[in-house]
Design a binder for this molecule. Structure first.
Ligand SMILES: Cc1cc2nc3c(=O)[nH]c(=O)nc-3n(C[C@H](O)[C@H](O)[C@H](O)COP(=O)(O)O)c2cc1C
Length: 198
């Protein structure tokens, strides 16, 4: 009983106490992706969503370097992943690095909100992806030095995460412990645990 609909609707889709947007309800981080490819046109639609994210001083301190499955670049990015992410991430249709520019363009001073703003862009990208039945799984588990070397990143830029993107695949395609994780419900703190009225 691990049909994609069962996983999506009965396991991964949260029961919420409040009526939230269906795309927020739909998004989750899978580990199994189908063989369906993502076109550059589709990917650019996701970048368009990222493009309109808010950022401090409208700095837009984000950059994405992406590669499609079966390309040399895909293999190079996959090679930067830590062992725990490699077995499942290889089924992604796209791997991409989300990079923050840590300094303001106009004066070179540190931008303390850079990773916040990259996160805003990522969130918008992922919700737009969900709108197209594309799912993303972000990974901090990668070798930062390897990515820096591969992409020849400037000192004021830093890779924050590598994102796997693709259409959902069956959990049966995964080995353990990934299969069990794919079939486990998601959990969260209660609202009371992260909010305070003053
Ligand atoms: C910045 C960041 C780094 C993450 N790194 C990893 C990772 O290296 N490996 C992994 O399997 N999941 C990783 N995740 C996924 C989280 O574990 C996942 O988002 C969280 O458990 C909540 O699940 P959900 O996205 O399905 O709601 C990462 C998520 C974020 C936002």
């Amino acid at each position: 009983m691990d049909s994609l609909e069962t996983i999506k609707e009965n396991i991964k889709e949260p029961q919420t106490n409040y009526d939230i947007h269906s795309l927020i309800q739909k998004r989750w981080s899978p580990r199994s992706f189908s063989d369906k490819t993502i076109s550059e046109e589709q990917l650019f639609e996701l970048f368009e969503a990222a493009r309109w994210a808010a950022s401090a001083n409208n700095e837009q301190p984000w950059q994405y370097v992406y590669a499609f499955k079966n390309s040399t670049g895909f293999g190079q990015l996959w090679d930067c992943l830590l062992p725990g992410n490699r077995p499942w991430a290889k089924s992604a249709a796209v791997l991409m690095v989300a990079i923050q520019r840590k300094t303001f363009k106009k004066n070179g001073k540190l931008n303390p909100w850079a990773s916040h703003d990259l996160g805003m862009a990522n969130a918008q990208l992922l919700l737009q992806a969900a709108h197209r039945d594309i799912y993303g799984h972000m990974m901090a588990g990668f070798d930062k030095e390897k990515v820096n070397a591969l992409l020849s990143l400037e000192k004021d830029s830093a890779p924050v995460c590598i994102m796997a993107l693709g259409y959902l695949g069956s959990a049966d395609r995964l080995v353990e412990p990934y299969k069990t994780r794919e079939l486990s419900p998601r959990n969260r703190l209660s609202i009371q645990e992260f909010t305070t009225v003053l």
